[in-house]
Every structure is written in structure tokens, then in C-alpha cells.
Design a binder for this molecule. Structure first.
Ligand SMILES: *[C@@H]1O[C@H](CO)[C@@H](O)[C@H](O)[C@H]1NC(C)=O
Ligand SMILES: *[C@@H]1O[C@H](CO)[C@@H](O)[C@H](O)[C@H]1NC(C)=O
Length: 299
């Protein structure tokens, strides 16, 4: 799989803004560590290994109301779950990559192409719960868990590494995720989640509505709106309490799980990347992504 097909570094303006966020994140992280006490700060500096053990988990369930058996969908000759796994394996920040599934066919397929699989129960309500169960079942010590959505087969390994590094560099955050530029035509699409961040790259809010909202009532062509990408990483201690936190009002109203993190006062680090999202949600999306890959000669 060629690395060069990754579009994540194509635009210099956007990648330099990514860099400045990460660097500012580092500074903020150091300041926060100081606030926690010189001891903790020195400890994390000396070993330079803060949150160093990282596992990537790809949750994959068979049942999907809109696309049953989605992880096994054939995309230019390979199952979608294999494509996602291959991308994840290229991320240098991950010590281990596993697929978490409740389905024997998916497990068999994944073992067939060489993946490690953790069987999870069918009762997991969503990807976060599946990740958490898989993490508990792994029974190994990891500091960071990356939740890699199986329906983004073109996820760039650089994005995975980016959110891991962001979390490692921000001891005051328990969660990290990625955003990219929002296309103006997606401004009012409630399935495209928007995000606003503070000066240091910490999330302020996520919404299905357009945020910020210009008083003209339209998308302002000059404003750099941000689109949330589904990938996220968590501090593993936080992952243990996350599913137990009761639902919060904003989370319920927007139907956005990540708002629970913010509403409970936890900090979330956000990196900006250049990424064209090619999520596969319905069977028709397979054709679209194949066409995109053919045009760019991706295999
Ligand atoms: C709103 O958007 C328009 C362009 O559509 C822009 O000229 C204006 O500066 C924006 N902000 C405010 C406060 O109107
Ligand atoms: C998803 O999981 C989280 C955390 O495990 C839980 O709090 C939340 O209510 C779940 N969301 C849905 C839609 O089931």
C-alpha cells in the first residue's frame, strides 16, 4: 500500500496549521504539567514516555441497519475492514492493532488476513463500548486507546499518529480527535458534525448545526469552519469511566457522544488535518469510494 497516496500533506497551508496547533499543544501541555506539580512534569519529561503504550482498536459489527455486513464489503478486491486495518498498521505510534467484533464471519475474515481479533459481546451499544470491552479483554497495560472507525478505509496513518501525539503532548486532556476543513455545501448537513476550538486547540463544542453561526444566516465563505472526523483516542484510565458517565443534556440533544466528555469538564485536544472523508455508511458509498480510488490510482 503506497504511502504517497495519502492526501494529508498535500496542502502546505493546512499542514502548517496542523503543525502550529501541535506545537502550541506541546507548550500548553507543558504548562499544564507544571500546574500539576514539578514532580509529575519532571517525571513525564525525564522518561519522555508519557502515555507511551498505545493500542489501536477497530470496532466492527455485522449488524447495521443501513448496511448489514458492512465491514466485509468488497472495495476494489479487498474487504473494507482489511483496508482499514492495513492503514492502521502503518501508523508508527501504535504498538498493537486489534479488530473488536461480535461476529464470527468478521473474525474469521480478519484472522485470515493476519489481524488480531478480540471477540466482544453483542450487547455493546456503540463503538466506544465495544472498544472499552475489547480493551478490558486484552488485559494488557496500555496508556492510550485509539478508536479507529472501520468505515473509513482510506484513513491516513498520519492522522492516527497525529491524535496520539496530541494526547501524549497534552497531559491535561483525556481525549483527542481530528477535524478538517468543512466544505461549504456541508454547512447545514446535520450528519456533518462541526467543531469549534480554543486558541490552544482544545475543543469548545461540537454541533450538528453550523457553528459559529453568522448573523447573515448563511455559510460565510471566509470563515474556516471545522468538520469533525470520527477517529478518537482516549487516555485508558478515562476510557474505563467514560461509559459509566451518565448521559448529559447537550449530548442527548445533539445526539453526539463526545459532548459528554466536555459537559463533564474534561479537556479534549483537537488536531487539524487535511483529509477528504470517504466514510462508507450505505451500500451506494462503496461505488463512490471505488470511483475515487480508481481516479487516483489507489489499489
Ligand atoms: C458574516 O458573513 C459575511 C459574509 O457572508 C461577512 O461579510 C461578515 O463579516 C460575517 N460576519 C458578520 C459578523 O456579519
Ligand atoms: C455509547 O456509549 C457511551 C459510552 O459507552 C454511552 O454513554 C452512550 O449512551 C452510548 N450511546 C448510545 C447512542 O448508545
Amino acid at each position: 500500500m503506497p504511502l504517497s497516496n495519502s492526501p494529508s500533506t498535500t496542502s502546505s497551508s493546512s499542514s502548517s496549521s496542523t503543525k502550529s496547533w501541535i506545537i502550541r499543544g506541546l507548550a500548553a501541555g507543558a504548562a499544564a504539567a507544571m500546574a500539576l506539580g514539578a514532580h509529575a512534569y519532571l517525571l513525564s519529561r525525564r522518561s519522555a514516555k508519557f502515555r507511551s503504550r498505545v493500542v489501536g482498536i477497530i470496532p466492527a459489527r455485522f449488524a447495521s441497519s443501513r448496511f448489514p455486513g458492512k465491514p466485509l464489503a468488497n472495495i476494489l478486491g479487498r474487504p473494507m475492514i482489511q483496508r482499514t486495518w492495513e492503514r492502521a498498521k502503518m501508523a508508527t505510534s501504535l504498538d498493537h492493532v486489534v479488530v473488536a467484533t461480535d461476529d464470527d464471519k468478521i473474525a474469521e475474515c480478519c484472522i485470515g488476513f493476519g489481524a488480531d481479533v478480540v471477540m466482544t459481546s453483542e450487547s455493546c451499544r456503540n463503538g466506544t463500548e465495544r472498544c472499552n470491552e475489547a480493551f478490558q479483554k486484552l488485559g494488557k497495560q496500555y496508556d492510550v486507546v485509539v478508536n479507529i472507525q472501520g468505515d473509513e478505509p482510506l484513513i491516513e496513518p498520519e492522522i492516527i499518529d497525529g491524535i496520539v501525539k496530541a494526547l501524549q503532548a497534552a497531559p491535561d486532556a483525556v481525549f483527542s480527535t481530528a477535524v478538517t476543513s468543512l466544505k461549504p455545501e456541508d454547512g447545514f448537513d446535520p450528519n456533518r458534525v462541526k467543531c469549534v476550538v480554543d486558541n490552544h486547540g482544545y475543543a469548545i463544542y461540537f454541533s450538528r448545526g453550523l457553528i459559529p453561526f453568522n448573523k447573515s444566516g448563511k455559510v460565510n465563505p471566509r470563515f474556516p469552519y471545522l468538520l469533525h472526523l470520527g477517529i478518537q483516542s482516549y487516555d485508558s484510565m478515562f476510557l474505563k469511566i467514560y461509559p459509566e458517565l451518565p448521559p448529559t443534556p447537550l449530548q442527548l440533544e445533539e445526539d453526539l457522544e463526545q459532548l459528554k466528555v466536555l459537559e463533564n469538564g474534561y479537556k479534549m485536544k483537537v488536531i487539524k488535518v487535511d483529509h477528504e472523508s470517504h466514510g462508507v455508511d450505505v451500500p451506494d458509498d462503496v461505488e463512490k469510494i471505488e470511483q475515487y480510488m480508481r481516479q487516483r490510482n489507489l489499489h
